[in-house]
Ligand binder design. Structure first.
Ligand SMILES: Nc1ncnc2c1ncn2[C@@H]1O[C@H](COP(=O)(O)OP(=O)(O)OP(=O)(O)O)[C@@H](O)[C@H]1O
Ligand SMILES: [Mg+2]
Length: 417
């Protein structure tokens, strides 16, 4: 159960498609051609040793401001030091940046760039003194500084505005958003009609992040799958024909594992005679055995038998029951719903770790057993370095334990996810 739930967390929500497909290079960023050109000229001048005014990229949310800044740093192999509002950063943090930057420059030999991502949020109540510190840094610094903001005419940014070159990024057209989500749908093999993609793009109002999130929700295809699984259950439970059950399983969009779990949950609700229930469970457990063999021997030919044994649940009964049964969700799905909070927490923790290591939360999660153990190896240091609280460290510990239990379970059963 837990294994399934964790796996589902991982594949559905922790790996946000918007993060996974964050542009790596300028050419991956849809639109904004003149802005890209400006940024190229700006950074190439810096690389030739010509000091340039910092650039403040501004425009509506989800159009690629941060993406453009990161892609520039990545493409020109700059050593990016990112300051973002989630770091709860104050004046002293900003003042301490320069010595750190110099040290890193000596160490890596790369041109550093400081990216103040979402400078408006940085200027909030909590971070009093942050903006004057940024202005001071701009005056003294000899390295490229890139800033992003939604609205540079925010009065809090008045003094800063004069010290930077304002570069506007226009709202994306729905055609551009469509191009972004189309590409993602194709590489994720998401089955979705062109019409549905168009609707998402139009509803996004130029916010690519929102559109990608919508696409992700669609890809989970929650409602359709629900209908599909209920129809599959009805066929298996209400007929005594092996042939129709096999056919239904084959044509179903729901994978066999999920069908098995639903059957497992509902057999005892549908069948009333003890013998039938036992027989039905027996078929399911034999299906499990064959599945285990598929994984351990990589012999996919057995898949047929698995489907057949699952379908055999329909012949465990003598007669169909002419009654209405309210089929219920498998326990693991209930668990998953309960874990929305868990998933959010995983993301937060991974974001904190990733921020320090210049990794996306998804990348941290991919190798969580490694990063988690590194963090736990020196908790005090980790608290300060990653800005993790005691509860978060405890949480990491519990995840690592769960992971260890899962991987030993996997070894025992010879199965993979
Ligand atoms: N122009 C674009 N081309 C390709 N992908 C984009 C573009 N704009 C946004 N995205 C996608 O949307 C996600 C969010 O974009 P990004 O963080 O760059 O937006 P932003 O303008 O900085 O928004 P915010 O104002 O909320 O910080 C990215 O990870 C990327 O997947
Ligand atoms: Mg941003």
């Amino acid at each position: 159960m837990l294994r399934k739930a964790l796996k589902a967390c991982l594949s559905i929500l922790v790996v946000l498609l918007a993060e996974k497909y964050r542009p790596k290079r300028l050419e991956d960023v849809q639109g904004h051609d003149s802005v890209k050109q400006r940024l190229r000229r700006w950074i190439e001048a810096w690389l030739k040793g010509k000091k340039q005014k910092p650039i403040l990229l501004y425009g509506k949310i989800g159009i690629g401001k941060s993406s453009l800044a990161y892609a520039l740093a990545n493409e020109y192999k700059l050593d990016a030091i990112v300051v973002s509002p989630s770091q709860a950063c104050d004046a002293s943090h900003i003042k301490n940046l320069m010595p750190k930057v110099h040290m890193r420059r000596n160490l890596w030999g790369q041109l550093p760039i400081i990216i103040f991502d979402d400078i408006q949020a940085l200027s909030g109540q909590q971070d009093r003194g942050a903006i004057p510190a940024v202005i001071q840094l701009i005056k003294e610094s000899q390295i490229p500084i890139l800033l992003t903001a939604e609205d540079p005419w925010d009065p809090k940014l008045r003094d800063l505005r004069e010290k930077v070159e304002l570069v506007q990024m226009r709202k994306l057209s729905s055609r551009q958003v469509l191009a972004i989500i189309k590409r993602i749908a194709a590489s994720e093999h998401i089955k979705i009609s062109d019409e549905a993609l168009k609707q998402i793009a139009e509803a996004s109002d130029g916010d690519a992040r929102a559109a990608i999130n919508d696409l992700q929700v669609e890809s989970v295809g929650y409602r359709e799958r629900q209908n599909d699984i209920f129809a599959t259950l009805r066929t298996i439970f209400k007929t005594t024909s092996l042939k129709s059950s096999v056919a239904k399983i084959r044509s179903s969009d729901t994978d066999l594992d999920t069908i098995k779990m639903w059957l497992d949950e509902n057999i005892a609700k549908e069948y009333e005679k003890g013998g039938e229930v036992a027989k039905a469970f027996d078929y399911l457990s034999r299906a499990d055995v064959f599945e285990g063999r598929i994984h351990s021997r990589q012999y996919w030919g057995f898949l047929r038998y698995v489907a057949l044994l699952v379908a055999a649940v329909s012949v465990a009964k003598k007669e169909p029951y002419h009654k209405y049964t309210k089929y219920t969700y498998p326990q693991y799905i209930k668990e998953m719903f309960k874990t929305v909070m868990l998933r959010r927490k995983i993301k937060e923790v991974c974001a904190k770790i990733g921020r320090r290591l210049h990794l996306s939360p998804g990348e941290v999660w991919d190798d969580f057993p490694i990063y988690g153990r590194v963090v736990l190896s020196d908790k005090e240091k980790a608290k300060a370095f990653y800005r993790l609280g005691d509860d978060e460290l405890e949480f990491i510990e519990s995840l690592i334990k769960a992971e260890a239990a899962l991987s030993s379970g996997q070894r025992r059963s010879g199965r993979r996810f």
